[in-house]
Each structure stands twice: as structure tokens, then as C-alpha cells.
Design a protein around this ligand. Structure first.
Ligand code: AMP
Length: 315
């Protein structure tokens, strides 16, 4: 099944313990498509400004990502600046968000983009996410959404309306607690599931992620990475691995969903090993498979045999 992503394409200025980069190619749709394109055919809808370079356009379209839905508008490309806490890479501060061309963007899907069976509404204004969703015809088989604190804090009503219409929600731990005003991820995920989405993935940075699906709770660790260069985009690449694999499999069984969550974690782990898509954009299949096996090994344990008991000591 083909996969459509609508989200941001950005110039990011990022400072981490490893250094800093100014105006490097970023955005939720970039990271998502870079990751998903290893598994399926991806089409991208976004807007950039007249300052967007030809070289960056080429990077966006690597591995045959269809960028015919990338609009160029008058003005400057979206810009985001963030600084990571040098002692805790799970924590970052947004210094500046310049919506620029996104401020007046009204996505109008071309014919070739309205009928993808899988849709990912990456982090952008929830009103734009909703506009894209309503243009899809027929309704996609699966619709997923990601967002961030910027939209949760100041656009909560619009965000809630969009979330009610999606099947899968990605949020990080701090975001889902703040969005639902719940004190832990279990009650927060349930509150979101009560709004509409049947599947909720809570991202927890270096502690991995937890997936909530009906009665099924699945916890996946992060693949251990010692040299984290830049965590930006890890969440979008996580979602890209998840949705890319699902759209390739065309199957939403609990086993496939669990595998998709492991692939998501693998793809997030590559993104943090470089600025922009330096690392996640240049992977071999073998590298992806190795980390998939690595996580399988990390999480395996021998279940109890039929009559075996946990307590051999008799009281
Ligand atoms: P992540 O680290 O997965 O949360 O994604 C970071 C990416 O999201 C960066 O490349 C930013 O350009 C992009 N981004 C940051 N703020 C926003 C926003 N308010 N709307 C859309 N995209 C954003």
C-alpha cells in the first residue's frame, strides 16, 4: 500500500552536546519520509519557500520519495531552532519557531495524492492536518497523526478535533501527559483511546516506547546508542519506520503491529546518530536488519513452561 505524508519541511538550527548546525534540512515530513522510504512508496505534501535549495530538494526525493506535492510559495521556508539539555538528551527547549510559508499554506491535494490507503499527518498545524484528511477519497485504510508541544499548548481544541478522526496517535511521554492532564502514560493513553484512536504509541526517548492496542500493551526498548549526536527527528523517523512497515505489509494484526513498533525503534536509533538525515538517510538493509535482530535479542526471555512455577520454595 502506498503512503502519503503531510508535514513540515524546514531549515533547523540545532545545538546539542556534540555541536551545532544552522539551517540544516529538517522538518517532520523529511524525517518521516527518509525513514519510511526503506519499506514502501512514499509521497510527500508540504510547502517550502523560495529560499529552498535544489540540493535539499534532491535530498528530499532520495529513494524515490514522490515530491510532486511539494509546493514552493512566496516567502521563506519554515524555520525551527532548538537546544538540547547537555545532561539529558531527552529534554530540549524550542528557542524559535518561524512558520513563514506555513502561515498561509492551504494544502490542496492533486489527483495522484487523494487515494493513498495510508496517511500520516506529521507534525504541523492540526487545521492543515484536518484539511488533508477531509480531501482523501476514499477514506484511507489507516490514518496516523503526530504532533508536538507547540500545537498541544496553544491549539488544543483544533488538535483534539483532528485526533478524534485518526486511527493511530504518536506522542511523547511529556506531550501525552500534558495533552490529557493525566499523571501516567497508561491513564493518558486510555484517555486518548476514548477520544477515537484505537492505537496509541507513547515515545520515551532513550527508554523506548510503549504501544497501546485494545487490551494489548507492548513495550519496545530503544536500541542502545552511546554516541547520540542529535535527537531531532527521532520521533518522526520512529513513525516513518512504523507506518512504512505497516503499509508494506498491508496487515494490522497484533504481531505485525509489534514488529512495526520494533522497526520504529530501530529507525529512531539511526536518526540520533547524526545531524539532519546524515545517518538515517544512508542506511543499508543489513544495518536495519542487524538492529531489528538486536532488539529481538534484548527483549527475549524464556516464558514459564506449562507446570513450571516461579516459586520453587514451598511454604
Ligand atoms: P522531533 O524531534 O521528532 O520532534 O521533530 C523535530 C522536527 O519537527 C524538526 O525538524 C522541526 O523542523 C520540526 N518542527 C518543530 N516545530 C514544529 C512545528 N511547530 N510544526 C511543524 N514542525 C515542527
Amino acid at each position: 500500500m502506498s503512503l502519503l505524508v503531510v508535514g513540515s519541511v524546514a531549515y533547523d538550527s540545532v545545538t546539542t552536546a556534540a555541536g551545532s548546525r544552522t539551517d540544516s534540512l529538517g522538518g517532520s515530513a523529511l524525517y518521516f519520509s527518509a525513514s519510511a522510504s526503506y519499506f514502501t512508496n512514499v509521497s510527500l505534501v508540504a510547502v517550502v519557500g523560495e529560499d529552498f535549495s535544489e540540493a535539499d530538494r534532491k535530498t528530499l526525493s532520495t529513494r524515490e520519495v514522490d515530491i510532486s506535492g511539494l509546493e514552493t510559495a512566496k516567502g521563506e521556508t519554515f524555520r525551527w531552532e532548538g537546544i538540547y539539555n547537555t545532561k539529558n538528551l531527552n529534554s530540549r527547549e524550542t528557542i524559535e519557531t518561524q512558520l513563514n510559508v506555513f502561515a498561509n499554506f492551504s494544502p490542496s491535494l492533486a489527483k495522484n495524492n487523494i487515494s493513498h490507503p495510508c496517511l500520516f499527518l506529521a507534525n504541523i498545524d492540526p487545521v492543515l492536518q484536518h484539511e488533508v484528511l477531509t480531501q482523501m477519497n476514499p477514506k484511507p485504510r489507516i490514518v496516523a497523526l503526530d504532533t508536538m508541544d507547540y500545537w498541544i499548548n496553544d491549539h488544543k481544541d483544533n488538535l483534539s478535533k483532528t485526533i478524534e478522526n485518526v486511527d493511530v496517535l504518536f506522542m511523547d511521554e511529556t506531550e501525552i501527559k500534558s495533552f490529557t492532564s493525566k499523571p501516567n502514560i497508561f491513564s493518558a493513553a486510555q484517555a486518548v483511546r476514548d477520544m477515537g484512536p484505537r492505537l496509541v504509541l507513547v515515545k520515551r526517548g532513550e527508554y523506548g516506547a510503549v504501544m497501546f492496542n485494545e487490551g494489548d500493551v507492548f513495550s519496545v526498548p530503544a536500541f542502545p546508542v552511546e554516541d547520540v549526536i542529535d535527537p531531532t527527528g527521532a520521533g518522526d523517523s520512529f513513525a516513518g519506520g512504523f507506518m512504512g512497515y505497516l503499509s508494506n505489509m498491508n496487515d494490522f494484526s497484533p504481531e505485525t503491529l509489534r514488529r512495526a513498533a520494533v522497526i520504529a525503534s530501530v529507525m529512531g536509533s539511526f536518526t540520533v546518530e547524526g545531524f539532519s538525515t546524515d545517518r538515517v538517510g544512508k542506511l543499508t538493509r543489513l544495518e536495519i536488519e542487524d538492529r531489528f535482530r538486536g532488539i529481538a535479542g534484548m527483549t527475549y526471555f524464556k516464558p514459564l513452561e506449562n507446570q513450571e512455577e516461579l516459586f520453587s520454595k514451598t511454604n
